[in-house]
Ligand binder design. Structure first.
Ligand SMILES: [Fe+2]
Length: 158
């Protein structure tokens, strides 16, 4: 009797489609990045920065929820696939990234309401850049995994 285990794998076609369709997320990231390029005169009112980060957080929530629901799935297989460990790691990272953007929103709110004097634009910008780098690496890793999954499907690289 074969022992069937379940392993996380990815639905490469769906995952790719989610990424290609997410124009709004790309725009919000570009807009946020440009806000943090000028911390002087050109920096928008703090209320607008909080609003922008709220929108980014909500869009990310939707993005991760779609990826979790349609981009990854538990597969019944006799042996764990090669990509399973990476898939597990990447899906888990959605929670970490979401936590990071929530903390960023909190920091921006503290800046707006002046709750923490030491909380200034520069530290908020540094937190955003750190989030952005991690998110970008996550997306690149997922894109590489999508290509590997497609290669596996058509038998390239065997
Ligand atoms: Fe992802």
């Amino acid at each position: 009797m074969a022992i069937v285990t379940r392993a996380l794998t990815l639905n490469a076609a769906f995952l790719q489609e989610i990424k290609e369709d997410n124009r709004l997320l790309r725009e919000l990231l570009a807009q946020t990045s440009s806000v943090f390029e000028d911390l002087g005169e050109g920096f928008p009112p703090h209320r607008d920065v909080v609003d922008l980060l709220w929108r980014l957080r909500d869009q990310l929530a939707m993005h991760f929820a779609l990826e979790d629901a349609y981009g990854y799935f538990d597969d019944a297989i006799a042996e764990a696939p090669r990509l399973s460990q990476q898939a597990e790691q990447l899906r888990r990272q959605h929670d970490d990234l979401f936590l990071q953007i929530c903390e960023l929103v909190e920091e921006a709110e503290q800046l707006l309401y002046g709750e923490r004097a030491e909380q200034n634009r520069a530290t908020l910008a540094a937190s955003y850049r750190s989030f952005h780098v991690t998110f970008h690496e996550h997306e690149s890793h997922e894109n590489r995994l999508i290509l590997e999954a497609f290669d596996d499907d058509i038998g390239v690289g065997d």
